[in-house]
Design a protein around this ligand. Structure first.
Ligand SMILES: Nc1ncnc2c1ncn2[C@@H]1O[C@H](COP(=O)(O)OP(=O)(O)O)[C@@H](O)[C@H]1O
Ligand SMILES: [Mg+2]
Length: 483
């Protein structure tokens, strides 16, 4: 059975959905070649599954070109490239057709300037007289930096849910599937703009014979993490204000979640203490504006928040770190399964901490960050703080790697405090009793001598009664303080 991705790959630009402006630019570009002009190679970039490769092939097909697909990091390909880049523009391929060179997914190439690396690409871009289309997921990937001046950048935006839905619907009809529109819509909205994965999902469900809404809802959402990793790389690597501010455009995560990712990864990327400090400072300010946006229901504050967390964090470093950093999934999320759960959990924890850290509520998130650091280096102190913040053992398990250690200390601390509290109450009780006695003695002094003999009995009774009363009170106190 033919893979639907290939089966339904548009052969002509007119069948490619969306990307209207891009199609026009591509046409003008190839027509210019046909007229004998030399144009820069095109670098088509955008998330996976939006039609980059498809556009390159459809363009070639519409204008009667063959496609020679080459891989610049492959040695055999490189020899082939060398052989053909010297040839005059629009020379004929072996089949007698003119050809377009397609270099697919060039962001996978190494950033080194040597053969097989980006240096090879730059050479090809400069020397080739033939039309070249390169594709990449991320044109701002650090290893492509030196290539950018030699190519014309064209961005492909993710397809809209509605566009994806229409393509799925057309495929379903051609395949004669008996499938509810609602199911197609769920697949489309799960795809995060990635048509390839949407078509794959549809085919997988059709093959399984289960095209129910339950089956489709169990499909994992696509792309979420990939996008967040791209965004992290852009923010943490770039020193360009504009590039940084666009980092979150295609990211399907709420700002509070993105802050968490940044908070986790800043110290892995940045090496200078001042830079880390500055970056956290910007994050805390972003957090502040987010809070305001929610409290005042004024979402224009979001703009400040996103600028602070993108450009602010990006410009906190003096220069770009030329290293490969494996970004990490925020520890706080690791033990939680769904993002909704994550957000709710985080909200609850932040609220708890916020209630206790009075003056600094705006910095609760950083109180939480410091609590995580304290937990690593000083579990006793962390346990004490957890008690203070009234975090439950369940919550602690989700927050810290050494949760068990902290919980153990916490239990001991709690016991100790119950004891202390009890003895305090006892002491207090004792003091009160003494006061009562002294008062009685004073009043007694005023009374006549003959009454003295009868008094003590009553006093004893009274004392007994107040003791009972205080016992109750004591119980109450310990319960209130600790449970
Ligand atoms: N704009 C589009 N219109 C119609 N089909 C598309 C479009 N974009 C992608 N597809 C479908 O999705 C598949 C994957 O597209 P592809 O061009 O390989 O994505 P990319 O190269 O951007 O990762 C194609 O085979 C095609 O079936
Ligand atoms: Mg592709």
């Amino acid at each position: 059975m033919l893979n639907w991705i290939e089966k339904y790959r548009p052969r002509s630009l007119k069948d490619v959905v969306g990307h209207e402006k891009v199609k026009e630019r591509l046409k003008r570009w190839i027509e210019s070649f046909i007229k004998g002009k030399k144009e820069k190679p095109i670098l088509l970039y955008g998330p996976p599954g939006v039609g980059k490769t498809t556009l390159a092939y459809a363009l070639a097909n519409d204008y009667g070109f063959d496609v020679i697909e080459l891989n610049a990091s492959d040695r055999r390909s490189r020899e082939e490239i060398r052989r053909i880049i010297g040839q005059s523009a629009v020379s004929k391929s072996i089949l007698g057709n003119r050809f377009i060179i397609v270099l697919d997914e060039v962001d996978g190439i190494s950033g080194k300037e040597d053969a097989g690396g980006v240096g090879e690409l730059i050479k090809i871009a400069k020397e080739s007289k033939n039309p070249i289309i390169m594709t990449a997921n991320d044109a701002y990937s650090p290893n492509l930096k030196n290539l950018l001046p030699h190519v014309e950048l064209i961005e492909l935006k993710p397809l809209k849910v509605n566009e994806i839905y229409k393509i799925l619907k057309a495929i379903a009809e051609k395949e004669g599937l008996d499938v509810d529109d609602k199911v197609l819509k769920v697949i489309a909205s799960h795809s995060a703009g990635d048509l390839r994965s949407a078509i794959n999902d549809l085919q997988a469900l059709a093959l399984s014979g289960d095209l129910t809404i339950e089956a489709v809802e169990s499909l994992p959402e696509r792309n979420r993490e990939k996008n967040i990793f791209d965004a992290l790389r852009i923010i943490l690597k770039t020193t360009n204000y504009k590039v940084a501010t666009t980092a979150l455009i295609d990211v399907d995560e709420t700002p509070d979640v993105i802050i968490e990712w940044l908070a986790e990864n800043i110290p892995y990327e940045y090496e200078k203490l001042e830079e880390i400090e500055r970056a956290y400072d910007y994050l805390s300010k972003a957090d502040l504006f987010l809070g305001r946006a929610v409290r005042r229901q004024n979402y224009s504050f979001w703009k400040y928040a996103t600028n602070l967390m993108t450009a602010g964090v990006a410009l906190s470093k003096e220069e770009k770190y030329r290293k490969w950093t494996p970004y990490k999934y925020p520890k706080i999320f690791r033990l939680l399964s769904s993002t909704k759960e994550q957000r709710e959990f985080l909200k609850k924890i932040l609220k708890k901490i916020g209630e206790k850290s009075h003056g600094s509520t705006k910095r609760v998130r950083f109180d939480l960050e410091s609590l995580k650091m304290i937990a690593e280096h000083n579990p006793e102190m962390a346990a004490d703080l957890c008690l203070y913040y009234e975090l439950t053992e369940e919550e602690i398990k989700k927050l810290f790697k050494n949760a068990n250690e902290i919980i153990k200390i916490m239990r001991e601390l709690r016991k100790k405090r119950v004891k202390e509290q009890t003895s305090k109450v006892k002491k207090k009780e004792h003091l009160e009793e003494k006061e009562v006695k002294e008062e009685k003695i004073e009043t007694k002094k005023e009374k006549k001598e003959e009454e003295k003999k009868e008094e003590p009995k009553d006093e004893k009774k009274e004392k007994e009664a107040s003791k009972e009363d205080k016992k109750e009170k004591k119980k109450q106190l310990t319960l209130d303080a600790f449970f």
